[in-house]
Design a protein around this ligand. Structure first.
Ligand code: GLC
Ligand code: MG
Length: 414
């Protein structure tokens, strides 16, 4: 299980190409999705979290923890954990928090979206933070509350119930998963700022502070955890630091398919449909970006990989033979050159349906500049008459627009 913060950890806001998160995505979908849990733990409210998902190539997590560990939701439908909400009501009264904080002129209220039932958030200058936190804490104790005050990113001050926070939310999840007999073998916590510190205090958790970690987190580490070998400070930024930690702690495969320069060389000793899907869409991105060095060679390979009798049903409901698809592919070589075009797949779930057939369900997304488009995709892949080293044969692909994707979908392809 990976529990990762988003801003400046999973998401690098200083990388317009989004390369490190895309590397992570390919690794996760090819090697981990089928038997691991992806948990995002962010300070953002549901509103700002959903906004970020539209801007950046983010995978869909199994569990989403938002508003600094005060809101936990499950699955694609983001079903809230009501048990957690009940627990947080203990010694918490938002009205009293509002009353007391209004007495501190140094506190500037954050936007309305970031004020949540169990979270009050402000901005405060670095120089003032320690003193304000102390005074505020005293005044809230006097009013009978038991709160936690967290400073993050050298500017954000959050007030939460004592039992809340990213660490407590993770401990709660661990307990819940254990009761269901689903406790993961390993947990890797990933973060960059003050509100992530708690994640590293949960028993049995491996932790990575990414290279670009904030001063307040590094200071917390120096004071509280510097002799703990289970916590590292990566020398790579953001999601690249997460991949580095997977390798450092030997938690599993740590080579992203995106790092393989020549996808044809990535041969296997067994059939691996998830990997096959990830690989194909990496190829498609490189193809449309004109980054394939030997296009002819790839095209011949594709003719072998796409069954001549195969069919593609596109998201407009139009049927095309795989022959037509390959013809179209020839035409679109380099059509996205210089356009910040990226392709990724999300929630790749293969199911074996007979001794040599797999049905793979996934979302295929692409992004050019700002806008994302997404299709639910089902593919049938076959191992009939091929060796693992040749890869599976694609025999059918069917796509359906995901809600909200159709508007500017003129140049959608596969
Ligand atoms: C996110 C939230 C903000 C919070 C900060 C630190 O930026 O939007 O409300 O203060 O994380 O936890
Ligand atoms: Mg962060």
């Amino acid at each position: 299980m990976i529990v990762s913060d988003l801003d400046h950890t999973m998401v690098d806001h200083h990388d317009p190409e989004n390369l490190s998160i895309l590397r992570f995505n390919a690794l996760w979908e090819a090697k981990y999705r089928h038997d691991s849990l992806l948990v995002f733990s962010t300070g953002r409210s549901p509103t700002l979290y959903k906004q970020l998902r539209k801007e950046k190539p983010m995978l869909t997590p199994d569990i989403t923890i938002m508003s600094v560990g005060t809101e936990i939701t499950y699955g694609n439908a983001m079903v809230p954990d009501d048990g957690w909400v009940d627990f947080l009501n203990h010694k918490w009264d938002k009205k009293i928090v509002t009353e007391e904080t209004s007495k501190f002129p140094e506190l500037t209220l954050q936007s309305e979206t970031e004020q949540r039932p169990h979270k009050a958030s402000f901005y405060v200058k670095k120089e003032k933070a320690q003193e304000i936190m102390k005074n505020l804490s005293e005044s809230l104790v006097k009013r009978g509350l038991d709160v936690k005050i967290i400073y993050s990113g050298g500017m954000d001050l959050d007030i939460l119930p004592q039992g809340a926070g990213k660490g407590q939310a993770l401990a709660y999840l661990h307990k819940k998963l254990k009761a269901e007999g689903k406790l993961p073998q390993n947990t890797l916590a990933c973060g960059d700022s003050g509100n992530d510190a708690e994640l590293f205090t949960i028993p049995d958790v491996h932790g990575v502070m990414v290279k670009n970690a904030q001063e307040e987190l590094l200071q917390w580490h120096a004071e509280n955890a510097k002799d703990n070998p289970k916590i590292i400070h990566a020398d790579e930024r953001c999601a690249a630091g997460i991949i580095q930690a997977i390798g450092h702690f030997k938690l599993g495969p740590n080579t992203s398919p995106r790092d393989l320069p020549d996808l044809l060389d990535a041969n296997l000793d067994h059939f691996d449909p998830a990997y096959e899907v990830v690989k194909f869409y990496l190829f498609l991105e490189r193809w449309q970006r004109a980054e394939v060095e030997t296009p002819e060679c790839y095209l011949n390979n594709l003719k072998a990989v796409f069954s001549p009798t195969g069919l593609y049903v596109n998201p407009f409901g139009i049927e095309q033979s795989f022959d037509d698809v390959i013809g179209k592919l020839k035409d679109c070589y380099g059509d996205k050159k210089g356009k910040q075009y990226r392709v990724w797949v999300d929630q790749v779930f293969p199911a074996q349906i007979d001794s040599n057939t797999w049905l793979v369900k996934f979302k295929k997304l692409d992004q050019t500049g700002e806008g994302q488009q997404c299709c639910y995709t089902t593919a049938i892949l076959s191992s009939k008459d091929v060796e693992p080293s040749q890869g599976l044969t694609w025999v059918h692909v069917h796509q359906t627009w995901m809600e909200g994707s159709t508007s500017d979908a003129k140049d959608w392809f596969l």
